[in-house]
Write a protein that binds this ligand. Structure first.
Ligand code: PLP
Length: 461
């Protein structure tokens, strides 16, 4: 490895001056910019493991993995070195007509570790684009095999698949979707298996099975016009970390086979070990027809995504050029070598130590540390799938009645945690932990202790 990957720190700037310049020019994602009059953005100078450090030298434990992307900590030496080495060879080359060692090896390794017969890798540069690819490929597959009437998609209530128009059309988070309704595809929607809604005393499995029935009916009724069903396996992350039992995936796989509809698994957030297994689909022992991966794919380093599919679907596009069956979709940065090298280094880290076994122990620590919160008078539920743990604040515990969203009680928890040096960004009234895997048991207990204090503060009146 050569090391000419020199980090040049930005010229020292007073933090306030940097924020003033930021607010004069930068339009931040998913933000009402006026909020920054009261709560300016936090300027980060560097990261190290679970820590983010701001320009004034204050450190924050990154308990949400920087929007669920980071797996092995910030400035991970192994990933840094891999990117530096790649940088010395080739930073980018277009993937149409060209290839490079990193994308070939990454495709082989992804085919080897993903479930079943997923063997063909199509790259893009963000999660939403991976979803667009899956939707377009599914639609196009049915045209290529002579069933052009299969044009529609079904998805779950409370699902989230990204912000581009196709991905937004199969999503159901009103906050992000409602405004753009008139622009979107007409899709079908089944109720969510979200187990927060189960009857008192009912098991996750029983509720999840019950919630599958309307999906089965939808498939039966619309099979002739349906190309595919898309869902987030096990955890609806942006939809307030709502969770369900793996049996739903088993039942959906069977029904999709019966009614000849593609199953599209969006593992962009839950892939790479978040729910305890490498991929969430493994917990139901199913193989989807398409699997979308991004976020943790590069260990949280670089924008890269991939849509995997099987040989049968691939072959439906494989023909003489003049027959016009090719998938003519591209992005400038498809298969970017730097992203692929970060992804390969991330997979090395999974191989070099028993990450998933170690995570099982961390998940037990998370469960034990959060358990007392289940008795809190304003906690409706503490739920967990592996390394994702969520605590739902409610106004009325018995009725599971939510606090009105306008009260923004999650922000109180956020600000309390930031003051203590923990970065937790709640989803509405849901406080959650989705930490990098390099977090320690002691840090987990500290984070959940601070979360409990924050919840007390946020629910006092
Ligand atoms: C984040 C996310 C996406 C969108 O990925 P982007 O890279 O933000 O476009 C899609 N699906 C799921 C489940 C996600 O969590």
């Amino acid at each position: 490895m050569t090391n000419n990957f020199v980090h040049v720190p930005p010229a020292p700037t007073a933090p306030d001056e940097l924020i003033r310049r930021d607010l004069a020019r930068v339009w931040h994602p998913c933000t009402q910019m006026k909020d920054h009059e009261q709560w300016p953005p936090v300027a980060i100078a560097r990261g190290d493991g679970v820590w983010l450090e701001d320009t004034a030298g204050k450190r924050y434990l990154d308990a949400v993995s920087s929007w669920w992307v980071n797996l092995f900590g910030h400035a991970n030496p192994h990933i840094n070195a891999a990117i530096a080495e790649q940088l010395d060879n080739i930073e980018h080359v277009m993937l149409a007509g060209f290839t490079h060692p990193s994308v070939v090896t990454l495709s082989e390794r992804l085919a080897a570790i993903t479930p079943g017969d997923l063997s063909r890798c199509f790259y893009a540069d963000n999660g939403s684009s991976a979803v667009e690819v899956a939707l377009k490929m599914s639609f196009h597959y049915w045209r290529n095999v002579g069933r052009p009437e299969k044009t529609r998609f079904a998805s779950l209530a409370n699902g989230y698949h990204g912000e581009t128009l196709g991905a937004l059309a199969v999503s159901d988070v009103p906050l992000y979707k409602q405004t753009y309704g008139p622009l979107l595809l007409d899709t079908l929607q089944a109720p969510s298996p979200d187990c927060f809604q189960r009857e008192p005393g009912e098991s996750w499995e029983s509720y999840t099975r019950r919630q599958f029935e309307p999906m089965r009916q939808l498939l039966e009724q619309h099979a002739h016009e349906l190309a595919g069903v898309i869902l987030e396996p096990l955890v609806q992350c942006a939809g307030h970390m709502r969770m369900y039992h793996p049996v739903y995936l088993e039942l959906l796989r069977e029904a999709c086979d019966e009614y000849e509809v593609h199953l599209i698994a969006d593992e962009i957030a839950v892939g790479f070990g978040r729910t305890g297994t490498m991929f969430a689909c493994e917990q139901a022992d199913i193989t989807p027809d398409f699997m979308c991966l991004s976020k943790g794919l590069t260990g949280g380093y670089l924008p890269l995504s991939v849509t995997l599919t099987n040989e049968r679907i691939y072959q439906a596009f494989y023909d003489d050029y003049e027959n016009m069956t090719a998938f003519l979709h591209s992005h400038s940065y498809c298969g970017n070598p730097l992203g692929c090298s970060a992804a390969l280094a991330t997979l090395d880290l999974f191989e070099q130590s028993p990450v998933l076994d170690d995570n099982r122990e961390l998940a037990r620590v998370m469960a034990a540390a959060a358990a007392p919160l289940a008795d809190h008078p304003h906690v409706g539920e503490v739920r967990q799938h592996g390394m994702v743990l969520a605590i739902e604040m409610v106004r009325d515990k018995a009725a599971r009645e939510p606090y009105p969203w306008q009260e923004r009680r999650g922000l109180i928890v956020y600000r309390h945690a930031m003051a203590q040096g923990i970065f937790m960004r709640p989803l509405g009234n849901v406080i959650y932990l989705m930490p990098p895997y390099v977090i320690t048991a002691e840090q987990i207990r500290w984070v959940l202790g601070v979360a409990a204090e924050g919840i007390d503060l946020a629910t006092r009146d």
